[in-house]
Write a protein that binds this ligand. Structure first.
Ligand SMILES: [Zn+2]
Length: 231
């Protein structure tokens, strides 16, 4: 299901339990007489949880990525591409230049800004995430027949890429603009769909399917690869 293989284990029990094994294998323990359709429905409703578990396992197996050093030649993500960093002297002709620019395929950081490199990258990503996400929402929301009351881009959002508040505000982590656009877009569509369906039931996925027919593949990709995209 959803490109994941589950082992069904029947036993004299009354409830259905999903287990993500230490090595990532998936088992669903069900009562002896459970109907296949019911098992599928229950597993489907818990797929998010399964993907989250798998993503965390993946992180544990591969270890946390090495911290950024902000040195020349080092790669930094933007919409799925890695751009190398170079440190430049600020212009001497009095032209005011932002501390960090993405220009002609390079991230250019001015030498005086280099000591606060991480902060400048965060500021840059936050700013660009805001305009990029805003543009995507403008296109996607009308297609989905929804209208968020507002959206915010944040630096802290727990483990999540995005979330939707009960009063219809969408929250996104700026980190989504590190991802290839199609996956960042999936996150946006996902949160927009919550304006129609608060829960991850079948109706929710039907809303998503209209815009992102291959949502399962994108979701799985995110769970498996999302942790590679970090600052
Ligand atoms: Zn959700």
């Amino acid at each position: 299901m959803a490109d994941l293989g589950f082992t069904v284990r029947r036993s004299a029990r009354r409830t259905v339990e999903l287990v993500v094994e230490r090595d990532g294998r998936l088992t669903v323990a069900v009562p002896t007489d459970a109907e296949s359709a019911d098992i599928v429905r229950i597993v489907e409703a818990k797929l998010d949880w399964v993907y989250q578990k798998l993503a965390r396992k993946n992180l544990l197996l591969n270890g946390p990525p090495p911290p950024k050093e902000y040195v020349p030649g080092e790669g930094f993500w933007h919409l799925g591409r890695s751009y190398r960093l170079r440190i430049i002297s600020p212009p001497t002709n009095g032209v005011k230049q932002p501390p960090l620019l993405l220009r002609r395929g390079w991230f250019e950081l001015t030498a005086p800004a280099a000591k606060n490199a991480e902060q400048h990258f965060r500021d840059w990503y936050l700013l660009h995430a805001h305009s990029w996400i805003g543009e995507r929402i403008k296109t996607l929301a009308p297609r989905m027949g929804v209208e968020p009351t507002a959206f915010e881009v944040r630096s802290v959002l727990g483990h999540r890429w995005g979330s939707c508040t009960p009063d219809g505000r969408l929250l996104f982590h700026w980190r989504i603009i590190l991802l290839p656009a199609r996956y960042a877009e999936y996150v946006i569509v996902h949160e927009l769909a919550h304006l129609k369906e608060p829960n991850h039931g079948p109706n929710f996925w039907r809303v998503i399917e209209l815009i992102v027919p291959d949502w399962r593949a994108r979701k799985e990709w995110l769970a498996a690869n999302g942790s590679r995209y970090y600052l």
